[in-house]
Design a protein around this ligand. Structure first.
Ligand SMILES: [Cu+2]
Length: 213
């Protein structure tokens, strides 16, 4: 892992000015071990603190989503939470935590959820033409619909987008083919749940569909 990147995370986590941050001794030591690229130290720490991990991970996620946490620190916290959750999965076989962290990190990238009204059972999500302010987005990016309704993604952008539900954290799968400029893609949601999806070409282009009963 890139040492400079981890050092940046370390700084982001413990930068002065965030007096409210109470990093636990464990997380502190774990980040140190990451920064030193010391795999044995990381593994030992994880094994010795196995029982503490769920609470540590939850604490990091809570800090990451807190409105009091500066934006530039959020990514670092989610990153450490994800590393710990993956380590927890490896030793316990329990995938609940890693899924939770991934969902929360995904949610943090989205706008507030929009309850959409279907027209003849169909909702429209636009992939609009890029402007100076925004490009490569789904509009809306966080939509709430009812079971049995359809979403039509309409590409009014000048470029192609290809998007797909993230299998690990989504209720079910869907996959658009290549949606070229002027094209569209439709999917009918018969199963209630949460569908997290992203564009293969533009990884920051993310969206979520919540299907209610
Ligand atoms: Cu795209």
């Amino acid at each position: 892992m890139n040492k400079r990147f981890l050092a940046a995370i370390f700084l982001a986590l413990f930068a002065s000015g965030s007096a409210t941050l109470e990093a636990s001794e464990f997380t502190d030591k774990y980040i140190e071990a990451l920064d030193e690229n010391d795999f044995v130290k990381q593994t030992t720490l994880i094994e010795q603190n196995k029982d503490k991990l769920p609470a540590e991970i939850k604490g990091l996620v809570d800090e990451a989503i807190s409105p009091n946490t500066p934006k530039e620190e959020k990514t670092g916290k989610f990153h450490i939470a994800e590393l710990l959750a993956r380590a927890y999965k490896d030793i316990s076989g329990d995938v609940t935590l890693i899924k939770e962290v991934k969902k929360k990190a995904f949610d943090a990238q989205l706008s507030a959820p929009v309850k959409s009204t279907a027209v003849n059972g169909v909702h429209t999500i636009e992939m609009p033409k890029a402007t100076a302010a925004v490009k490569n987005v789904f509009m809306p990016d966080n939509i709430v619909i009812r079971k049995g309704e359809t979403i039509r993604w309409v590409n009014t952008d000048a470029i192609t987008h290809i998007f797909s539900a993230m299998q690990i954290i989504s209720t079910g799968g869907f996959s658009s083919k290549s949606v070229e400029a002027g094209g569209n893609f439709e999917f009918k949601f018969d199963k209630p749940g949460e569908y997290f999806y992203l564009c293969f070409i533009h990884h920051a282009m993310v969206g979520k569909v919540t299907v209610e009963e």
